[in-house]
Each structure stands twice: as structure tokens, then as C-alpha cells.
Write a protein that binds this ligand. Structure first.
Ligand code: GLU
Length: 544
């Protein structure tokens, strides 16, 4: 029996690879990057896949390339119902959109592996016809047994050399066993020699030394579905992927992939292995990988619930992705991270520290550059889901709220007091009477101000809502000066006993009366927004 006949026996009615090679013509990209997100349909996007998607998106977009979505569903055990929907939605929410792929279309589909069965078989048939693949009938028990012996004798684990028992089986015997209905997998007939070492230049990790592969890895499972390794080689070849950007847990299987590409006669893509997201373990203090089990912050849902905007998460991913991004951003805070040119060689090689306090400070910067109207809109969306009471207030007072959020915003040095949507309520609750007057005593935690009666006189005789800010402040100064307050810090410092206090003490008291806070956005603006009547209601309570 010839190899060709054997291939025909194993894969009858499966077309020749030339059919697929013609069906999916090479792309002509002129150096632009074609890359992909290749999630398994586990139902949700976690920070690791989002980070991978972020890098892939940036690299494709900034070179005028293509980003496509391929669903890798060859491992049925890991699937969850509606898993694909959750993944696509997760990516979409974070601005990762695809030029082609599953659910979108394109010339290189189907973009879901379970619908590409015949394609994989065609390439395995091709390998069999070249005597580069063979059926293996070893049971799981036999493989396990061998592994135990390998462990005990400290030999390399795997199916290779003398352990690869089916490698030398005659085609005739294989045919007989298949006709007998025995289950089998297809394995690669590796041509490599483990003792030969090579260097591979990874776009992120740089030069990696690796041994030639000599493992006869499984390429088609007994259920007729390909393994990740094989599907990756065939798909990324046919889909014209120029760059495989993926987690570095795959580095150790790189030798398999390079051999697969070689034996299939494909040009290998450029690999870029992304370092894992890490954190400092709270208990041990050691740096470790983020774990699905231990770290809620790995789930993208966590940021949604915590009210960290998508834009802030993306900015944070940008700071992780390139070591020189942050410096650029601090000079260009009002620009989008998409204006920055990312490069593989500035990406972290070991681990990327995923530090939540860093995310918070990035988020503050992000919020500070939002327009008041956008803060309002985004807060409305968040509170609709998580804070019904505040949502209703925002809805009731749209213009008022926007004016409130406008204070010290859309200016050269905006305030950085908000890091998340819930902070908006924390920072501004006192500006809503419904929240202010329902507190038993809003001033309960405030300092006692012995001079507070003075505020009454101030409001009765001086305060005029129509005054512009400079006139208002001049009047405050005159009023306090007339009542024995120092008009500046220097006078007060030189002779504190001669004064009742200084202007700033009076202003603090006024601020506390209006807001309960000693620190707030611009006092004049707040007083204007509150207006005389509401201020007098607060004063009454303050003086009690
Ligand atoms: N399906 C693989 C995973 O989820 C994709 C790896 C790759 O990007 O090639 O890890």
C-alpha cells in the first residue's frame, strides 16, 4: 500500500489541499499586520484575553492591517452555552472590534473551528500522503503507563522515540485495526532531533533558544477534531495571519508549531508571546500570575461593577503594554492612547504588574479629561444599573448636574477627584438636597465653629447671588476684615493673637456650612449652584 493509498483510505472524499490553497488566496499586506483573537468559547473575557486583544488591535490598526476573530471550539469539554456571545460582547464593550471573523464574515471563513473539519482533514491527508502523519491506537491507559515510567526513570515525557510505538506500525495493520472499529488518533511523524538547538526571534521576548521537536504530537483527536497545535498551524496559514500574538503559556509548544509549519510547507508567522498579568500576593508578598480562582480583578465584570470606565481600563492596558507609554501620555493627557505608536520590543518580557492602585490613578486622569456632559451620561448609565436612588436624582436634575460636574473641568488643570462612577456620588452627594436633608445630621462629623453665627450676618447683609466671583470674594474679605479677621496669611502668622482668624477660616466655615466638607470644588461655583434659598435652609440647620 502506498502512502497516497493509505491517505485515501483514512480520508476518503476529502479534497486535495490545492483546493483550499486556491480558495483562500494569500493576502498582500505590504508589511501591515494581520492578527487575530482566538478565544475558546468559555463565556467571558478575562483581563488576560482583553490585554491580548488590546495589543492585537493596536498592532493591527496602527499598521493599517486586519484584526479578525476566530473561535477555537475544538475542546468541547471547556465550552459553555452561549459562550461565544459572552466573548464577543466582552470584546465589543472594550472597543475591540474585528474587521472579519466569526459573526462578521470575511473571505477566510468559516471562522469557527468546529466548522472547519474537512479543511483540517485535508491537511492531515496531505501529511499522511507524505508519510508525515500516522494513526495511533494507544489507549489513554497505555499513555499514562508510559508517562509513569518516564517520570520514574526521569526521562522526557511524551510520545517520541522508543515510546512512539505506533510510529512503526505497518499501514496494513493500521488498516486492519481501523476496519475492526478500533479508536485512534492521528499523530505527526516528527522529523526533528531533540539534540539540535535553534534560536527563534520572538517579537516580544527576543531570542529564544529551543530544541527541535521530536514529539509525535496528536494532531487529530479520536473525536475527529484537531488539537490546538494543528488547527493553529492550518488556520493561521490559510487565514493569512502575519503575527500570532498570544499568551506566553504557549512558548513551550513553539517547537511543535515551528515543525508543523515546516512539514506542512507553510511560512511560519511571526510569534509575539505576551507576558502574563501578575500581582503581588497579599499573603506571601511574592509576585505571581493573576489567578481566576483567587483574583476577582481578573474578571472584566469586576471593572464594570466597580464603575471603572472602559476608557480608563484601556488607558491602563496601554501603560502595561508599552513601558514608554506613560511618559508620552503625561505629556499628552488630552489625546487618545490610539495616537501612540506601540511597539513589540517595548512590551514586558517577564510579567506585567497589574496594580489596581495604578489603575485608579490612571482612571482619575481619564475622568479629569471627560466633558461634564459625558460624565453625566456615563454616570447615568452606571447608576441605572447600580444606584437607583442617585440615578433618579441625576435624571431629575440634568442641567444642574452637568453644571456641577463642569466645575473645574474642561480647563487646563482639571480636578482629579473621581476615579470611578461611585466616586461621583461620594464626591457630590451634598449638592442634592434629597441626600443632604435626609441625613439625620449632615454636620455630625464636622468641626465645631464657635464663630458660626457670623454666617447669619454675612447672608443677611453681604451675600448677593448676582455678584461675580471677584466681587464676591472682595466682599468676603471686607466683611471678615471688618470683623477682626486677618486678610492674609502673613499678617496672621506675624501676630495671631491680634485676629479672630484669617479669611480662609471664614471661607472654610462657609464651605462646611454649604457642603459639610473642608475640601470641595470651587466654593463660589457651589454657592451659585445651591442658590440663596437652599443655602439659608442649610444655614438654619448648621446654626442649630
Ligand atoms: N484558543 C487559544 C487560547 O484561548 C488561543 C491561543 C492563540 O491565540 O493562538 O489560549
Amino acid at each position: 500500500m502506498t502512502d497516497k493509498e493509505f491517505a485515501e483510505f483514512l480520508f476518503p472524499n476529502i479534497p486535495d489541499i490545492s483546493y483550499y490553497e486556491e480558495k483562500y488566496p494569500r493576502r498582500h499586506m505590504n508589511g501591515a499586520i494581520v492578527t487575530r483573537c482566538a478565544p475558546s468559547p468559555t463565556g467571558f473575557v478575562h483581563m488576560g484575553s482583553l490585554y491580548q486583544g488590546f495589543v492585537a488591535k493596536q498592532m493591527a490598526r496602527q499598521t493599517g492591517g486586519i484584526l479578525f476573530l476566530r473561535i477555537e471550539d475544538t475542546d468541547h469539554k471547556r465550552e459553555v452555552e452561549d459562550g461565544v456571545k459572552g466573548i464577543v460582547e466582552g470584546f465589543r464593550q472594550y472597543g475591540i472590534t474585528f474587521d472579519e471573523g466569526y459573526g462578521i464574515g470575511g473571505n477566510y471563513g468559516p471562522y469557527i473551528q468546529s466548522e472547519r473539519g474537512d479543511i483540517y482533514k485535508a491537511y492531515i491527508k496531505y501529511l499522511v500522503s507524505k508519510n508525515l502523519a500516522y494513526p495511533c491506537f494507544c489507549s489513554e491507559e497505555e499513555i499514562d503507563e508510559n508517562r509513569k515510567i518516564q517520570e520514574a526513570t526521569k526521562e522526557r515525557l511524551g510520545y517520541y522515540g522508543r515510546w512512539a510505538t505506533c510510529r512503526s506500525m505497518s499501514k496494513e495493520e493500521a488498516v486492519r485495526r481501523i476496519q475492526n472499529g478500533e479508536a485512534y488518533v492521528m499523530r505527526l511523524r516528527s522529523q526533528g532531533d531533540f539534540r539540535n538547538k535553534h534560536i527563534y526571534h520572538d517579537a516580544i521576548k527576543g531570542d529564544l533558544e529551543y530544541p527541535e521537536n521530536d514529539m509525535d504530537i496528536v494532531i487529530l483527536k479520536s473525536d475527529g477534531l484537531p488539537t490546538y497545535h494543528f488547527a493553529h498551524a492550518v488556520d493561521d496559514h490559510l487565514m493569512g495571519t502575519t503575527h500570532v500574538i498570544r499568551g506566553d503559556e504557549w512558548v513551550s509548544s513553539l517547537p511543535y508549531h515551528l515543525e508543523l509549519f515546516q512539514l506542512l510547507g507553510f511560512e511560519a508567522p511571526q510569534y509575539a508571546h505576551i507576558a502574563p498579568l501578575t500581582k503581588k500576593d497579599e499573603e506571601t508578598g511574592n509576585i505571581r500570575k493573576l489567578s481566576k480562582r483567587k483574583d476577582p480583578e481578573l474578571a472584566v465584570r469586576y471593572y464594570h461593577e466597580a464603575g471603572i470606565p472602559v476608557g480608563a481600563v484601556n488607558l491602563f492596558l496601554a501603560t502595561i503594554a508599552n513601558s514608554n507609554f506613560e511618559e508620552w501620555y503625561l505629556q499628552n493627557e488630552d489625546r487618545s492612547y490610539t495616537d501612540f505608536t506601540f511597539s513589540f520590543d517595548k512590551m514586558p518580557v517577564g510579567g506585567s504588574l497589574f496594580d489596581l492602585s495604578k489603575l485608579e490613578s490612571v482612571s482619575r486622569i481619564y475622568f479629569s479629561h471627560l466633558k461634564a456632559r459625558d460624565v453625566y451620561q456615563e454616570a447615568l448609565m452606571y447608576t441605572h444599573e447600580y444606584d437607583q436612588e442617585f440615578y433618579e436624582l441625576l435624571q431629575k436634575y440634568p442641567d444642574y448636574s452637568i453644571s456641577l460636574f463642569h466645575i473645574e473641568r474642561e480647563v487646563e488643570r482639571p480636578r482629579k477627584d473621581i476615579a470611578s462612577y461611585p466616586d461621583i456620588r461620594k464626591e457630590f452627594w451634598y449638592m442634592y438636597d434629597e441626600l443632604f436633608f435626609t441625613k439625620e445630621n449632615p454636620y455630625a462629623d464636622c468641626k465645631i465653629y464657635p464663630e458660626k453665627q457670623l454666617l447669619m450676618e454675612y447672608f443677611e447683609t453681604i451675600y448677593d447671588e448676582t455678584d461675580p466671583q471677584d466681587v464676591w470674594f472682595d466682599k468676603v474679605k471686607t466683611f471678615t476684615g471688618n470683623h477682626g479677621y486677618a486678610l492674609n496669611r502673613k499678617d496672621y502668622k506675624q501676630n495671631p493673637d491680634a485676629y479672630r482668624g484669617q479669611v480662609s477660616d471664614f471661607c472654610e466655615m462657609l464651605r462646611v456650612m454649604a457642603t459639610t466638607k473642608t475640601i470641595s470644588p470651587n466654593l463660589y461655583d457651589l454657592l451659585q449652584l445651591l442658590g440663596r434659598d437652599r443655602l439659608l435652609k442649610r444655614l438654619e440647620l448648621f446654626l442649630k
